[in-house]
Design a protein around this ligand. Structure first.
Ligand code: B1M
Length: 221
């Protein structure tokens, strides 16, 4: 198979949620010398975008979304060590979670991989994380940045609930807060009082580094 054929098949098999075939094709792509990023950004992510579009049109339902998501997650597990393999030194600690009420984690996991690849120490609290757990996580891990992902318009308000909980615990000034997820915008991030927002994983890494540099410059570290 040519590289184009592998990418096309990866896209098609992710779309129909054929996990075993997606893994096989990922392996085939790696054997052929394809970059993990190429498979990710030119096949896997576009395929999930199409899944979302079909769901919106009523052509796909939750089960289809679920198996496509699982197929993507399987490939991501295989690509994770390769994407994170930069050997960069630790630039900061990032405490990540998907907000309470939200089970989406593929986007969050991708941001984690990219952050790790850029040298961040990432602690992932998982999905459906309550403000209480966030506060406990900050106390335990003392991160530089706390990141919240939300993928539903109905769970986005949890950003504010989390930020309020950090404030109440006297921790808001000690951490940088970043938010992201499919429906989130810069305007929304500003409105809830987050320090940073990014639309995708690579921008998230750049923004996280900028925010840490700005904070360290301000406190003279
Ligand atoms: Co759901 N889902 N889902 N879903 N799902 C969406 C998000 C949706 C947009 C689909 C659609 O209608 N087009 C829609 C939300 C609509 C809205 O609120 N505006 C939706 C819905 C409605 C639902 C349910 C309510 C469906 C139902 O039950 N009726 C339900 C909710 C369950 C819940 O959470 N309580 C539900 C369930 C599911 C599954 C479980 C079946 C599955 C999730 C599997 C999983 O994650 N383990 C699923 C899936 C797979 C999707 C779609 C198809 C794909 C999401 C994805 O993984 N995208 C999605 C459609 C879509 O997004 N186009 C959809 C790929 C991923 C790489 O991109 O997640 O955007 P993304 O992450 C990006 C950026 O957002 C950013 O970087 C990431 C990487 O580039 N980013 C950050 C993410 N977090 C960040 C944090 C940062 C910075 C950047 O800083 C901290």
């Amino acid at each position: 198979m040519t590289d184009e054929e592998i990418l096309r098949a990866l896209y098609d098999e992710t779309l129909v949620g054929n996990g075993p075939r997606v893994l096989e094709l990922t392996e085939q792509g790696l054997d052929a010398g394809m970059a993990p990023e190429t498979m990710l950004f030119e096949a896997l992510i576009p395929s999930l975008e199409e899944v979302g579009a079909r769901f919106e049109r009523g052509d796909f339902f939750v089960p289809e979304m679920l198996i496509a998501g699982r197929a993507m997650a399987g490939a991501l597990d295989r690509l994770r060590p390769l994407l994170a393999e930069t050997g960069a030194q630790t630039v900061g600690t990032f405490l990540m979670s998907t907000v309470k009420g939200d089970v989406h984690d593929i986007g969050k996991n991708l941001v984690n991989i990219m952050l790790e690849g850029a040298g961040f120490h990432v602690i992932d609290l998982g999905v459906q994380v309550s403000p209480e757990k966030v506060v406990a996580g900050v106390l335990e891990h003392k991160p530089d940045i706390v990141g919240f992902s939300a993928f539903l318009t109905t769970t986005m308000p949890m950003f504010k609930a989390n930020i309020n909980a950090l404030q109440k615990a006297g921790l808001r000034d000690q951490v940088i807060v970043m938010v992201g997820g499919a429906p989130v915008t810069q305007e929304y991030a500003d409105a809830v009082g987050a320090d940073g927002y990014a639309a995708d994983a690579s921008t998230a890494v750049r923004r996280a580094k900028e925010l840490i540099a700005t904070k360290r410059a301000a406190v003279g570290v």
